[in-house]
Design a binder for this molecule. Structure first.
Ligand code: PLP
Length: 444
């Protein structure tokens, strides 16, 4: 019996003992294609020899040095690399150990920025429904996923949520993309005016919504409009690219495709590809300058900031992605995956939408395609799909639908950037079988 408090207490999990390329192996000798990179983490797959070598080398040199005493070579080199490739205006990096920590740090940076520049009344955070920003208290308050928050609400800072830009669910019949982008962005301006512009500190959004709604890209121009609204009212734009960033959508940062640069950006997951826990906040020059010219420090910190092993892993992962031109493969294989999903599920009676960018794709399941009615969440279709997929040697990342029907059950795919066409074909074939087997067990 496991003595670990796992997320699912009543489920016995297989024991992962090894991994090579796109596959993971369990202690019973079964293999699984990792079509979700865990939770969009393993961008280089498993057991990559270059990353293993980099970790060995760093462990031989230096495993740990506290950041109040030292900086280190891998941390400096990774920061240089990240800023070299960052969206316009980003000048510095703050390292943490994961996505939630990155979001917490970004929120505190935003708050401290306004204190430093003499606008301490700015404290309101606006975020979006159907979003996920992490499980620590600040990040949980920011996320717009009610079931995660309900029991913890007394511990959460007040955050204000608007509707996401989610074409399949919220774009009206006959409404053009341009009109929908304007309407979805207007919700932000309305909320700012309702709260009082001088009270608002930041708008937080996932560039492409990840696990909560299932690889939902914004419609064209939505983020440009959001950027303009934030600028109009002096509000910071925080883009959370913990899941969709670091190459997953075919460009290093997803927001490059929207022609938008944020004031603060959170990254994690694919940054270290799972070889070490690492996340970061990229911050713009004016935020850095406010700290530098003001109190002279950022009032925050964790023991493992800029951990040399984590930074060495991140650096090695990013070097391999660049050296092997893997973003081009993400774009090529993303197009192939989109095609294959369309062939397999395009006419499926219970698939309402196939969406995403690059190797960040989702299939949304609905009871009725014409009305977009979701399955009863009590049926737990997503959990059935996960079980059926695992039984077929496939790891995917399914998520349940909502009671209010604002989102159906969906399956997220985020395979490693090293996939080729036969692997993508195998993923789609196994997923098709798993979805049909799961649906066969549901009363319609
Ligand atoms: N932000 C987004 C967009 C995420 O998808 C996640 C995790 O899935 C997080 C933040 C939290 O990251 P972590 O689980 O590393 O704390």
């Amino acid at each position: 019996m496991s003595r670990i408090l796992h997320r699912q207490i009543r489920t016995t999990l297989p024991v992962a003992v090894g991994g090579k390329g796109v596959e993971l192996f369990d202690s019973e000798g079964r293999s699984y294609i990792d079509a979700s990179g865990g939770a969009a983490v393993s961008c280089l797959g498993h057991g990559h020899p270059d990353i293993v070598a980099a970790l060995h080398a760093q462990a031989d040199k230096l495993a740990y040095a506290h950041t109040s005493f030292f900086t280190t070579e891998p941390a400096e080199a990774l920061a240089d690399r990240l800023i070299e490739d960052a969206p316009e205006g980003m000048s510095h990096v703050y390292f943490v150990s994961g996505g939630s920590e990155a979001v917490e740090a970004a929120l505190k940076m935003a708050r401290q920025y306004f204190v430093e520049i003499g606008q301490p009344e700015r404290r309101n955070i606006i975020a979006r429904r159907q979003s996920y920003h992490g499980n620590t208290l600040g990040a949980l308050a920011t996320g717009g996923n009610e079931w995660r928050r309900t029991q913890f609400r007394p511990l959460l800072v007040e955050t204000h949520h608007i509707d996401p830009c989610f074409a399949y669910r919220f774009q009206q019949k006959g409404e053009s993309d341009a009109d929908y982008a304007a309407r979805a962005a207007q919700a932000l301006e309305d909320k700012i005016l309702e709260l009082g512009p001088d009270s608002v500190m930041a708008f937080v959004a996932e560039t492409v919504v990840g696990a909560t709604a299932g690889a939902v890209p914004p419609v064209a121009d939505y983020l440009k409009r959001v950027r303009a609204i934030c600028d109009r009212y002096g509000i910071l734009l925080i883009l959370d690219e913990v899941m969709c960033g670091m190459g997953r959508t075919g460009t290093l940062h997803a927001c490059e495709q929207d022609g938008v640069a944020p004031d603060l950006m959170t990254i994690a997951k694919g940054l270290g590809g799972g070889y070490q826990p690492i996340g970061a906040v990229l911050l713009g020059r004016r935020i850095f300058d406010a700290f530098a010219n003001g109190s002279g420090f950022f009032q925050h910190g964790h023991t493992y900031l800029g951990h040399p092993m984590a930074c060495a892993a991140g650096l090695a992962v990013q070097e391999v992605i660049r050296r092997d031109d893997l973003l081009a493969n993400v774009r090529r294989m993303g197009a192939h995956l989109t095609r294959r999903l369309g062939e397999r599920f395009g006419n499926h009676p219970h698939v309402g939408d196939i969406r995403g960018r690059g190797l960040f794709m989702a299939v949304e399941l609905v009871e009725d395609r014409s009305t977009k009615a979701t399955f009863d969440p009590k049926q737990k279709l997503h959990a059935r799909i996960k079980r059926e997929a695992m039984a077929r040697g496939l790891m995917v990342y399914p998520m349940g639908g909502t009671i209010d029907g604002a989102r159906g059950d969906h399956v997220l795919l985020a395979p490693p950037f090293i996939v080729d066409e036969p692997i993508v074909d195998a993923i789609v074939e196994r997923l098709g079988d798993a979805v049909d087997a799961a649906l066969a067990g549901i009363e319609l």
